[in-house]
Design a binder for this molecule. Sequence first.
Ligand SMILES: C[S@@+](CC[C@H](N)C(=O)[O-])C[C@H]1O[C@@H](n2cnc3c(N)ncnc32)[C@H](O)[C@@H]1O
Length: 268
Amino acid sequence: MTSEVNSEQATWWNTAGEGWAQAQDIVGLVLKPFEDLLVEVARQRPRTRVLDVGCGTGAVTRAIADATGASCVGVDIAESMLAAARAHGKAEFVRADAQVHAFDTDFDLVVSRFGVMFFADPTAAFANLRKAASGELGFVTWRGRDENPFMTTASEVAARLAPDAPAPDPNGPGPHSLADPDHTRAVLGEAGWTGVEVTPVDRTCTMPADLLVPYLSNMGPVSRALREAPEEERGSLMDGVRKAFDGFVHDDEVRIPAACWLVTARVP
Ligand SMILES: C[S@@+](CC[C@H](N)C(=O)[O-])C[C@H]1O[C@@H](n2cnc3c(N)ncnc32)[C@H](O)[C@@H]1O
């Protein structure tokens, strides 16, 4: 990799990536509505080279490669994510900090599913992606915490499990850092993108109820908090955790209302 400025995020995602890789089939299922959305964006025009930013284990990269026949590159800062992505083939996967990496080709489409909210300097990062692009940008990001009750529940449960852990900075890099459309428009404009459109997208993400515990144990703030607990206590803690999510379980299905933005833009 050329250089890296988001080293704290790299460390965090490299650890978190082990859980994501472990649960990649469940994540793939839960986030499939947003994979479909980005595939739809990709299919709007012929594509030759597509870049997937913060590609994680590469589900969207592969889906777009299949749907468009374009040559696809996934970039991610975490090696643990990329090891899982590479195991599937179908695309090239590069370990780099997308904020500063010197991409060596022009991409006619840059996409991301929840992978562009973790930059220390979002304007610099989107300007760097603008340099790598000759066409369009399309990404999905979360709206606010208040509109995403599953994420709020997860954060509250994690805070109860690990009360001494430092609270995440609400204004720093994180899942909701692009929740404000005016901020997103300003960042992308300063970064050299034009025709910015921010469209609300609401989907219900689902998984079979018996996958909820493996999902929570591997993903997000709950898994992070559980890692802090002594191993022998994790089973009983998980029983309490599972109960906190009862409201999302309908018979044998978990339903997660997901409130997001689809953000699109193009090079001038
Ligand atoms: C929420 S995950 C999304 C993963 C994937 N796009 C998906 O939908 O399954 C965010 C991803 O962004 C990556 N990431 C965070 N900061 C990054 C950076 N500066 N450069 C490249 N990737 C980054 C993380 O390693 C992680 O894989």
